[in-house]
Design a protein around this ligand. Structure first.
Ligand code: BGC
Length: 469
């Protein structure tokens, strides 16, 4: 039992609460007003893909005002969204589509009119198909294509938007898209992976510098998917396996930007990436980001395995471990967010941290007009509590952005996987507030973000923390 007296715990007054969406998952209007195909349009409209497509998304293109009003109603400060490269530059390079720019001006202006901070993500995985036709992220020309695109976006919106994110989760789009073939563009193999990964790393630095040049007083970051990785037992071979997975998932993209290079100490096979590293790349990859975006969803338990080679490690699936899982089969493990904050804070050069995405997915059926997503509320209570604990310990966490506002097209999972605070009926795009939205609105209402609720949750958790490995 926890006996020590705990004082009231408050989130700092300037802590930013937000929600986040992405262009492909939400906008729809996939061939409207001059937009051309992205790799996700191609991938999901291929006959081999059987999870539907994001042609309509959740129709944000036509509902952006109502959705931004919801952000306001929820008492959130920030709306993070991404720009669709192929809406702005339908062929990836060359002619700018004025209608594309106009759409994002409208979104930004509406946020500003409602006193909501717009945060732009430059790249959330929807590469123009015409660039993929030339090799996409595996082609070193992506460095120039990306630079041109970032120049255009920052010049168009930089006088209105201060907060910029260069890439969304490079490990996810490179790993699933260019190594496993599970995401667009569906490529596989170590060479595709290493080339795409290295070019993405360099683009992080290139993008950051262009934003700094073009946007006065910009607050610049880039985001990383991360998973808390623990070994399946205390045996040294499993611990080493966990370290290798950790290096791949959590260290690969951040360490080069901090000037530390790729984590080749732990992942020996990474030496093969050197083929793609050109003179001056080490400098190009580095950038002094104002913040790092942490995107946390689940924990991984790792064990030694002969396959795949190089990694010699595999995951013990959550379902076999009989733990609490979401509807993608991932373990719901809020304490992992705290461990990730700890991990990223340990790099001396990292400045601020923003939880730029976290959330949980369920089936969320509507029963008698209501969606009682109690488990989602629990997830947020717990992860907010761990965030607060980290802040109290001096970690520089400046915001928490919920994934996501309205159920949307969940990539390879299609529309059955719901992460939203609002339910979306995919036949008519009618939105219905889930219980979690109603809870969040109340939670955020007190102006100084007081949270006695949070206090209770974390107190209970602290009592059992020591028993976790
Ligand atoms: C991505 C989102 C995705 C979410 C849930 C993150 O990896 O940035 O686009 O929907 O996770 O899977």
């Amino acid at each position: 039992m926890l006996t020590k007296k705990v004082k009231a715990r408050l989130f700092p007054k300037d802590f930013l609460w937000g929600t986040t969406i992405s262009s492909y998952q939400n906008e729809g209007a996939h061939a409207t007003d001059g937009k051309k195909a992205s790799i996700w349009d191609t991938f999901t409209n291929h006959p081999n893909f059987d999870k539907g497509n994001g042609n309509e998304g959740n129709d944000f293109y036509n509902n952006y005002k109502e959705d931004i009003e919801k952000v306001k109603e929820l008492n959130l400060d920030v709306f993070r969204f991404s720009l669709s490269w192929s809406r702005i530059l339908p062929d990836g390079t060359g002619e700018i589509n004025p209608k594309g720019l106009e759409f994002y001006h409208n979104v930004i202006d509406y946020c500003l009119a409602l006193d909501i901070q717009p945060w732009i993500t430059l790249y959330h995985w929807d590469l123009p198909q015409s660039l993929e036709d030339q090799g996409g992220w595996t082609n070193r020309k992506i460095l120039d294509w990306f630079a041109t695109y970032v120049e255009i976006c920052t010049k168009a919106f930089g006088n209105k938007v201060k907060n910029w994110i260069v890439l969304n989760e490079p490990m996810t789009f490179v790993g699933l898209g260019y190594f496993m073939g599970m995401h667009a563009p569906g490529k596989k193999g170590a060479n595709n992976f290493l080339a795409a990964a290295h070019h993405a790393t360099v683009c992080q630095g290139i993008g950051g510098r262009i934003v700094r040049k073009n946007v006065p007083k910009a607050y610049i970051g880039t985001t990383f998917s991360c998973s808390y990785v623990t070994p399946s037992s205390r045996l040294s071979k499993h611990k080493k396996a966990a370290n290798r997975i950790d290096a791949l998932l959590n260290r690969f993209f951040i360490e080069p930007i901090l000037g530390m290079g790729y984590p080749k100490d732990t992942l020996v096979g990474l030496n093969a990436i050197e083929v793609f590293v050109k003179e001056n790349d080490k400098e190009l990859m580095q950038f002094d980001f104002d913040f790092i975006g942490i995107q946390y969803y689940f924990r991984i338990v790792a064990k030694f395995s002969l396959l795949p080679p190089i990694l010699f490690a595999t995951e013990v699936p959550a379902i076999e471990r009989e733990v609490n899982i979401n509807n993608m089969g991932m373990e719901i493990y809020p304490r992992g967010l705290y461990k990730m904050i700890e991990k990223f804070s340990a790099y001396p050069k990292v400045k601020d941290l923003i939880i730029s995405e976290s959330g949980v997915c369920f089936d969320d059926p509507i029963i008698n007009g209501k969606i009682k997503d109690k488990q989602r509320i629990k997830y947020f209570k717990n992860t907010f509590a761990y965030t607060l604990k980290a802040i109290e310990e001096g970690k520089k966490v400046k915001g928490y952005f919920i994934w996501t506002l309205v159920d949307n097209f969940e990539w390879a999972e299609g529309i059955k996987t719901r992460f939203g605070l609002y339910h979306n009926n995919f036949s008519n795009h009618k939105r219905t507030a889930k219980k979690s939205a109603i809870w969040l609105k109340k939670f955020l209402k007190t102006k100084n973000k007081t949270s006695q609720e949070t206090l209770k949750v974390i107190s209970k958790k602290e009592a059992v923390l020591e028993n976790y490995n």
